[in-house]
Design a protein around this ligand. Sequence first.
Ligand code: ZN
Length: 448
Amino acid sequence: MDLLAKTDFDSLFAECRDHLVNLIRINTVNPPGNEKIAAEYIAEALFAEGLEPEVLESTPGRANMVVKIKGNGSAKPLLICGHLDVVGVEARRWRHDPFGGTIAEGCIWGRGALDMKNMLAMEMSAMLALARSGLTPGRDLIFCAVADEEAGCKYGSKWMLDNHPDRISAEYAIGEIGGFSVPMGRKTIYPIQIAEKGTCWIRVTAYGEPGHGSMPHQTNAVAKIGNAAARIAGANLPQHNTPAMKTNIRQISAALGRPYSIILPALLNKRLSGFILNRLFSDKALARTYRANLHNTANPTCLRAGEKINVIPSSASMEIDGRILPGQTNESFIREIKKRIGPGHHYEILQSEPPVEGSADDPVFEIIRDVIADHDPTGIAVASQVPAFTDAKFFTKTGAKYLGFSPVQLTKETNFVDLLHGHNERIPIEGLRWGLKVFLDFIGRAIQ
Ligand SMILES: [Zn+2]
């Protein structure tokens, strides 16, 4: 259905821009989150248009918003989702108030402008546009705005899954991360998340001889754990080529031709990938992302040892932020770490969530490819795998296929990887306008 043609786009965009500014002005830094105010703000705007949003409080001050427009039942529901919370700021490093929603230099400034209050404003606008259009979609269109994504989803998507799975159950879930423009060669690539790594947070403990600090010996637990940390932080774990990364590389190579079609496929060669990433990638952030997507990673982040300067403790531990690739398990990951660290340590899993993997061989992915190509003659949507953690972990547990698609056109100054969680987060107003148009067109085609 042509939702875009049924919409007074200029006035819808003006509303969308104002909603984004207002959402940025509601401070939802997590912790503590305080997402309830933002959930109520969204619910009020939808209620005013005759919809029946629900605000579901998961713990005092924190809430999720969910609303549905019913379809005729010819296809299963499509869920559009996003998180209401944002990460913290170092306000003095910003050129504009991070919670001001200032419009300057052609951009809307503020924490959440790209991650991901922009998407929430577009999702609100899509619901409003569909409600006003009088069209009946084939699928139910569900919109769910959740708390707590930036701190592990306990009060957000995980809480919705545990307490109200019927409200969010869908064939597809559309959320972050993807749909932003990345210029490459003469084309513009739009990565679309189809997969993401899992988490496996572990504690490794070393044991040794306790003793007096005046008398060194060879079995000091602090030294053992220090050595283990150095060994694990300094080296790559074995490479594994996931189906999502193979698809990503194949699609980018086909779109861009040489030299990409020579260099990128060579990344799948385990003997060449290190050299290519170190020497042939001028974009270091991109190299880091590819490296993280070809290996399980184990980053030591916390060390605990000792109570007193003159006592050798009998144990010392480190916590490792482990991220595992689709197709890998906690067991296979820990085997890789043990091989690197050597024998004699104790391993304990503190928390873990499995990886998520979908497919680009999918009719809704095809719709995304088509809308991108229709709205950007240089644009090509390609499948991507995300090294980080998103609400996809929980929205897919109802059986939904997850696609990260939050369309926006960025500029050289507003690069997604730099601005995400960084200082001076902002979105170009024209980029948001383009994104809303693409998103509406996509929704119309995906729910017909
Ligand atoms: Zn996010």
